[in-house]
Design a protein around this ligand. Structure first.
Ligand SMILES: Nc1nc2c(c(=O)[nH]1)N[C@H]1C(S)=C(S)[C@@H](COP(=O)(O)O)O[C@H]1N2
Ligand SMILES: [Mo]
Length: 395
């Protein structure tokens, strides 16, 4: 916690176990995540989890200091990371050979690609679900779209050779389990082979032309745009090519899974009725203005934000100022490349003085739209893609 506060806690021995210093909840001035903006909202410090307020996600490409952090364990220390010797080993029952590449070998042997890729935590928006789900109470800001540079995972997999029975790739990172037990993984997930073989699936060493921030996986990580960000292994050391759906930590049971069929809120769902989350649902975020903005009656309010739709493209974005009763179309840009979020914008005139909410609603290329209030409840509180609501006062 001292790390997050940027100073030592003088009477730390007296701090009741489990009590989070109040400074971490609501005093940005005290917060000090290395390499991160001071207005990041820290949800937990062990492991570190921090989200970005929506109005700070206004850039087309999210800067590194504003990229959310979702850790399941303890990240490696920068001092333990040696760029010259860092390597990624490939193995598994469906690998034709075992092989290890240093980072330098990866960079020189394979062609480099750069894509803007959207990552969203599967639990983003969890705090709105009722009955509530355990876990980080993410608001809206566990999403970002950065420009990632690396090699295509498929080029490396082709160099290794996949047996015909290959089903899944699994990652292992250098972070440590919270218990400190080196035999336990904090998380080890992955993706099915078809997702691994997409052009945009990267082993990336650079975010926005710079080193990846330590908390986001420095020196190298996987990036699978459009899928729950939990698939995108950080501090990547090993990839295993599996002949079955990977069964690593947080792949099985209820983790990163939703009921295969809708259930009533509060239901208990058996493990065998839970399905792994793959492509994320269509969603949008208003990044300007900040909620609570005030304008004069005869002024025009510019609105803008981003929309994304998992593996799909966003077809349209609409806005409403009357609680979803009527909708008007926004301007919508094409994505910079597949799996990048898309900018939407419009200008709004309000009919009279008073309180309004601006709601945004995106539609994906299959014609699916965001739910206005909440999507189907699920036990772990994943996939909340409800419309973003921003409060406006017209005076
Ligand atoms: N090695 C490792 N990779 C990981 C994680 C982790 O804890 N350890 N967290 C996963 C989860 S749940 C998410 S949402 C994303 C978050 O990526 P970010 O911290 O760069 O935003 O990383 C994923 N990859
Ligand atoms: Mo996540």
């Amino acid at each position: 916690m001292s790390l997050a506060l940027g100073t030592s806690i003088v009477f730390a021995n007296n701090l009741p176990a489990g009590l989070v210093p109040v400074a971490l909840e609501d005093h940005p001035a005290f917060q000090n995540l290395p390499g991160k903006h001071s207005e990041m909202i820290i949800l937990n410090d062990r492991p570190i989890n921090a989200e970005t307020p929506p109005h700070l996600l206004d850039d087309d490409v999210t800067p590194g200091d504003l990229f959310f952090v979702r850790n399941n364990g303890l990240p490696p220390n920068r001092k333990e990371i040696n760029l010259k010797t860092w390597s990624i080993s490939f193995d598994g029952e469906s690998a034709k050979q075992k092989k290890t590449y240093t980072l330098d070998e990866l960079k020189s042997k394979f062609k480099t690609y750069t894509y803007q890729l959207t990552l969203e935590c599967g639990g983003n928006g969890r705090k709105e679900f009722n009955p509530p789900a355990k876990g980080n109470q993410w608001g809206l800001g566990a999403v970002a779209c950065a420009e990632w540079t690396g090699v295509r995972l498929k080029d490396v997999l082709q160099d290794i050779g996949l047996k015909s029975d290959a089903v899944y790739i699994a990652y292992y990172g250098k972070d440590m389990h919270l218990s400190g037990d080196p035999k336990k993984d904090p998380i080890s997930r992955g993706v099915p082979i078809p997702k691994a073989m997409e052009d945009e699936s990267l082993i990336a060493w650079s975010m926005n032309g710079q080193d990846i921030p330590l908390l986001n996986g420095y020196p190298v990580r996987l990036v699978f745009g459009g899928w729950p960000a939990s698939c995108s292994g950080k501090w990547l050391e090993r990839i295993s090519i599996r002949n079955k759906v990977h069964d690593g930590t947080k792949m099985t049971g209820q983790a990163y899974r939703v009921p295969c069929n809708p259930v009533a809120p509060g239901s208990k769902v058996e493990n065998e009725d839970m399905c792994i989350i793959e492509s994320m649902p269509v969603k949008s975020l208003i990044t300007f203005p900040k909620t609570g903005a005030q304008i004069k009656l005869n002024q025009t309010l510019p609105i803008r934000g981003h929309a994304w739709a998992g593996d799909l493209e966003v077809q349209s974005v609409e806005y409403s100022i009357d609680f979803g009763s009527t909708w008007k179309t926004c301007e919508l840009n094409k994505p910079a490349n597949r799996l990048a979020w898309q900018r939407f914008s419009t200008k709004i005139k309000f009919p009279k003085v008073g309180y309004y909410e601006v709601w945004a609603r995106a539609k994906d290329s299959n014609g699916k739209t965001q739910p206005m209030l909440l999507p189907g409840w699920n036990p772990k509180g994943y996939l909340n893609n409800a419309c973003h609501r921003v409060a406006i006062k017209v005076t």
